[in-house]
Unconditional design. Structure first.
Length: 87
């Protein structure tokens, strides 16, 4: 996928998630969170006031580790397709 096409597909997948009104499974949310943060080079510490939630988020970020940005975008898109049935 070329850079522009990948970016467009990624932004469309983000819009699907942002516009979804039903609850999303916690494990899926954590994966989406980690892929999104990695894809956007956002290395800030999770900002939840609840330590347990921060722990889960940090664990999800550690699991994506040194994944390249393009791979994180593709993983996000694929997860949205699998979970939501579209992108």
């Amino acid at each position: 996928m070329k850079d522009q096409a990948l970016e467009k597909a990624f932004l469309e997948a983000v819009a699907v998630v942002n516009n979804y009104k039903k609850p999303i499974q916690a494990d899926v949310l954590l994966k989406l969170y980690a892929y999104y943060k990695k894809a956007n080079q956002n290395n800030t510490h999770p900002g939840s006031r609840k330590p347990l939630i921060n722990g889960f988020k940090i664990n999800a970020l550690l699991q994506v580790g040194y994944m390249p940005l393009d791979e994180a975008k593709k993983a996000y898109i694929d997860l949205v397709k699998d979970y939501f049935g579209k992108s």
